[in-house]
Write a protein that binds this ligand. Structure first.
Ligand code: NAD
Length: 499
């Protein structure tokens, strides 16, 4: 049997996989105050998976009190770094050991193909904990070059209580990008998973306990955004919000911070990333494949999805034929089938939203070149074909708005200036890509693109060693790499007078 197994194997495991449904606060499993719950459903079938604790203000108060008490006690924040490192390495090893179960929970909860969860989401999450664990005892503080009889030290200190509020598209992985550096830096953390996908966060709490992370240091409060999320955002004793999600919610968190204690707000928000293919593209096949994966992978539910494609006129027909063929190979299938390239859209509401953009595209004058239909309806799940529109104008809503589904807007262009102007014509600035064999053009255009990430002759490459994040309304701060530690620490300067 291959590492990926087969559909029958995963169906059988799915029938019996255990699911945690209570909140994890102060080292104990607990119902939400008043016993409130919300449903989480399998987007591939519409079937109910579990009723999960719906935390509200009272639960968030308890979690913040537990996190604060743990922080002040020093049980984690003052723990020798090599011991903190050892605990986080144990957590990474446990995630790796439970890879199949975590991948299965992710697929059942949010619809991504099991192969992607197994080969990417879960091992990347484990790697993220291991990487920050290894980093934390190799960092030194600074001494400023002051003159005379003074010594000025510059030290990094943890913030205190960090709340991580994350989305449903990569539930465990997005959480790890916040939780791992925040814990490594010595903070206490409260994780609020998205209401569509709480299951792996709760399993993570079990593994953290097993790894020996002390009670109160890591807490999970599942719940609705407008309740648990808002309560964290407005809480006077939360020091930092680390958020990944939509730009609209990101703006709310800035308001909450202003209305409460001016907590630090780090935002990884939406995108409408441009992907440009010039006439001198070195490899049309590879570029077409990257463009298809760049928008249809994870059902298009990716913040860095290359959802706006710009193709230069000289190669337009040749490129589009290749793109169509690559897209046609990415038809949605049962997410539990390891051969499926695309899974189910996360819920009925998101499918309706994506379909409304497909309608708008046709109404506003775009040409539907591929897909556009809901499929596999008999499964009870939410599946959409890979969809490609050719767009005569940049003012269409499918060109301007983040759809967060498998819908690609393609525009033809003539000159480099025109491509850069169209690429930058967006309120977002997260990912961007370009394909050219001309080194000077690669540098020139990379510099001109207003984006946090630029890929040249590739798309969506990533690694925990490399910063990730956006500019403009795609957010601020960076996840991953040592730079992420800046978000979860403050600089302290200490002046010492020497006799
Ligand atoms: P969302 O903003 O609706 O929800 C994200 C989180 O915020 C969830 O936990 C949700 O419960 C919470 N939330 C929602 N409303 C809230 C409120 N009023 N107050 C407080 N918390 C609230 O986003 P989503 O639909 O879960 O995820 C899709 C979005 O995430 C897309 O815009 C996508 O681009 C973005 N995203 C960005 C990145 C990145 O790194 N830049 C990565 C993944 C996803």
């Amino acid at each position: 049997m291959s590492e990926l197994h087969d559909l029958a194997y995963w169906r059988q495991r799915a029938a019996t996989v255990p699911m945690r449904t209570q909140a994890y606060i102060g080292g104990a499993w607990t119902d939400a105050a008043g016993g409130a719950t919300f449903e989480t459903r399998n987007p591939a079938t519409g079937a109910l998976l579990a009723h999960v604790a719906a935390c509200g203000g009272a639960d968030v108060d308890r979690a913040v009190a537990a996190a604060r008490a743990a922080f002040e006690s020093g049980v984690w924040s003052q723990m020798p770094r090599r011991e903190r490192k050892a605990a986080l390495l144990r957590l990474a090893a446990l995630i790796e050991a439970q890879r199949e179960e975590l991948a299965l929970l992710e697929t059942l909860d949010m619809g991504k193909p099991i192969g992607d969860a197994l080969l990417y989401d879960i091992p990347e999450a484990a790697r993220t904990y291991a990487w920050y664990a290894e980093a934390i005892d190799k960092l030194y503080d600074e001494i400023a070059p002051t003159d005379g009889n003074t010594l000025a030290t510059i030290t990094r200190e943890p913030l205190g209580v960090v709340a991580a509020v994350v989305p449903w598209n990569y539930p465990l992985l997005m959480a790890s990008w916040k939780v791992a550096p925040a814990l490594a830096a010595g903070n206490s953390v409260i994780l609020k998973p998205a209401e569509q996908s709480p299951l792996t966060a709760l399993r993570l709490a079990e593994l953290a306990e097993q790894a020996g992370i002390p009670a109160g240091v890591f807490n999970v409060v599942p719940g609705l955004g407008a309740e648990a999320g808002q309560a964290l955002g407005r809480h006077p004793d939360v020091d930092c919000i680390a958020f990944t999600g939509s730009t609209a919610t990101g703006k709310r968190f800035m308001e909450y911070a202003g209305q409460s204690n001016l907590k630090r707000v780090w935002l990884e928000c939406g995108g409408k990333s441009p992907h440009i293919v010039f006439d001198d593209c070195p490899d049309l096949d590879r570029a077409a494949q990257a463009a298809a994966v760049g928008i249809f992978n994870n059902q298009g539910e990716i913040c860095i999805a290359g959802s706006r494609l710009y193709v230069q006129r000289g190669i337009y027909d040749a490129f589009m034929a290749r793109l169509e063929a690559a897209a046609a190979r990415m038809q949605p299938g049962d997410p539990l089938d390891p051969s499926s390239a695309m899974g189910a859209i996360v819920d009925a509401r998101q499918l309706d939203r994506v379909l409304s953009f497909v309608d708008a595209g046709q109404r506003e004058g775009a040409r539907l070149r591929l897909g556009g239909q809901r499929v596999r309806g008999e499964s009870g799940g939410y599946f959409l074909e890979p969809t490609i529109f050719e767009c005569p104008s940049q003012s269409l809503s499918i060109v301007r708005e983040e759809i967060f589904g498998p819908v690609l807007a393609v525009t033809v262009f003539d000159t480099e200036d025109e491509a850069v102007r169209m690429a930058n014509d967006s309120p977002y600035g997260l990912g961007s890509g370009l394909w050219t064999a001309n080194l000077s053009r690669a540098h020139r255009v990379s510099r001109r693109l207003r984006a946090g990430l630029v890929w040249v002759n590739c798309y969506m490459d990533g690694d925990v060693t490399v910063p990730f994040g956006g500019v403009r309304q795609s957010g601020n701060g960076r996840d991953k790499s040592l730079h992420a530690l800046d978000k979860y620490t403050d600089l302290k300067t200490t002046w010492i007078h020497l006799e």
